[in-house]
Design a protein around this ligand. Structure first.
Ligand code: GTP
Ligand code: MG
Length: 489
């Protein structure tokens, strides 16, 4: 089998494996063998001389003079200008399209089964070894081996609002398993760090000292969520220090600000930690005032600005989960209806769009944890719900991505078929039988890809359905402009 060495179709950026590109359909191997590049400069460059076969909204297919078919797709963006047309001849290094900078670009050799090693070069080298779709799929299902999370969650909140305690309690409960779901941290250092800190929490004799110190730097943890033995998804959880939003707003050029914004941008769910201590006494009006002063006043402008920026990029704020911590302190003085009113009034910027999705999830480390000078029992309440809620939306995003890929493949099949039929109708003397065979092979490959993608999608839909049933007990979820019980949007 012929090995091939190709220039990458981007002139700058770092190579990465398709498994890490964040697009399930490419990561699964269903789109063929290839690579991806991040931090690209917004241009697609012809890696060889040949011809443009097809152009889509954010993808194109080109063929080299010696028959290598390259499929190129820009992640999460469309081309803002194409510099070539379908069926046009191209020469190596010619610019083919422009798009936003810093996007991830995926490129796969469509007819990769015909080749041995495929090496991409430009700013370094990246070699892809021959591999069957089957083994590729296996690799993908164990993404934890390369430490890449499929989804991100970001949690923001005021200092001392209970973010770290939530993380510790959630990890400990979920490693033991709740309702068939469990979590593992594949990295042993992260596992022992979280376990050690949780053990301290269980040490009643320490009184108030059982709680963690204030967080001073952001830490990232990688987890896998499983149902029984089946892995549902890997996800990344970032524990930020409480004054993060404040600090970030004061200093917009600060790279940490850019990082948190990017993290929200890439998150399937944004969690906001609302301190239950604000709901202990007084009437609803007083509670709203306290929540506004201690938390919403700073979070609201930040979120509004971010939503505005995302809007400009044609995106939306991710679904929000308001985690009401320390629920043990206020569960007797605050009803579900009160909570809805308090959240809606305090975080009104979250409710300005008809599309917004917000859930209120009260959690606690234990109903009696503060009793007897903070030596009460550790017995977490609702601690699994935020994660299940977040994973539900992460699956929704992934299903959307796969649907888009299936649409692309169907459009591709349609064009191949038209082209093939046109060619077959020509007088035999002019007819290109090699082209017909190649287009038919494309159509067969596309059918196989679609079968693969449909299988992945079915498994995701099953998991999503089960999660929705398990989230039916959530009392307050806001969508379609009103509050509901459970989530089925
Ligand atoms: N009653 C009660 N108190 C809690 C609970 N969880 C946390 N706390 C209290 O809240 C304090 C702050 O919790 P942390 O988890 O450290 O808060 P944080 O948001 O991570 O704080 P920073 O790292 O400073 O931003 C703890 O020291 C506890 O006193 C809970 O479930 N119930
Ligand atoms: Mg903390």
């Amino acid at each position: 089998m012929r090995n091939v060495i190709l220039n990458a179709p981007v002139e700058s950026g770092q190579f990465m494996s398709l498994k890490d590109c964040g697009e399930t359909s490419f990561a699964s191997g269903a789109m063929g063998r290839g690579a991806a590049a991040r931090n690209t400069n917004g241009r697609i460059i012809a890696p060889f001389s040949g011809r443009v076969l097809k152009i889509f909204r954010n993808a194109m297919e080109i063929i080299s003079n010696d028959g290598i078919k390259l499929f190129i797709q820009v992640g999460d963006s469309s081309f803002y200008e194409e510099a070539c047309k379908e069926n046009q001849s191209i020469t190596a290094n010619q610019i083919l399209a422009y798009f936003n900078i810093n996007k991830v670009v995926m490129f796969t050799v469509k007819n990769s089964l015909e080749f041995g090693d495929i090496t991409f070069q430009r700013n370094g080298q990246y070699t892809v070894k021959p591999q069957s779709v089957e083994s590729n799929r296996k690799n993908n299902s164990s993404r934890e081996e390369n430490g890449m999370a499929e989804r991100k969650f970001t949690i923001l909140g005021e200092m001392r609002s209970g973010k770290t305690c939530y993380l510790l309690g959630m990890y400990s409960e979920m490693t033991a398993g709740v309702g068939g779901y469990s979590i593992i941290a594949p990295n042993p250092d992260e596992d022992s760090d979280l376990t050690r800190r949780y053990q301290r929490l269980t040490n009643k004799k320490q009184g108030i000292d059982r709680f963690p110190l204030a967080t001073n730097v952001a830490s990232t943890y990688n987890f896998n969520l499983q149902y029984g033995l089946e892995k549902i998804m890997s996800f990344e959880w970032i524990d930020y220090p409480g004054n993060f939003v404040d600090a970030a707003q004061r200093d917009i050029a600060n790279p940490d600000y850019v990082k948190v914004e990017q993290s929200i941008n890439e998150s399937s769910t944004l969690f906001i930690c609302m301190d239950g201590e604000n709901l202990v006494d007084g009437n609803v009006k007083q509670k709203i005032k306290r929540v506004r002063n201690s938390c919403a006043k700073r979070i609201n402008p930040y979120i509004l600005k971010l939503a505005d920026k995302l809007n400009g990029q044609g995106k939306k704020l991710p679904p929000v989960g308001i985690i009401v911590t320390k629920w043990d302190l206020c569960l007797h003085s605050t009803t579900e209806d009160d909570l809805r009113e308090i959240v809606e009034e305090s975080f009104n910027s979250l409710f300005t769009s008809k599309d917004s999705i917000v859930a209120i999830i009260p959690v606690s480390l234990g109903e009696t944890i503060m009793d007897d000078s903070v030596s009460g029992e550790l017995d977490p309440i609702n601690i699994e719900l935020p994660i299940l809620y977040g994973i539900r939306f992460a699956l929704r995003d992934q299903i959307k991505q796969i649907d888009q890929q299936i649409d692309n493949i169907n459009a591709d099949t349609y064009r191949s078929k038209n082209w093939r039929d046109k060619e077959a109708d020509r007088w035999f003397f002019w007819r290109d039988d090699d082209l017909i065979r190649s287009l038919e092979a494309d159509m067969r490959n596309n059918r196989a890809r679609n079968v693969e993608l449909e299988k992945i999608k079915d498994a995701m839909k099953r998991n999503r359905g089960r999660l929705e049933r398990d989230l039916e007990d959530l009392q307050s979820v806001f969508y379609n402009g009103e509050w509901h019980k459970g989530i089925s949007k």
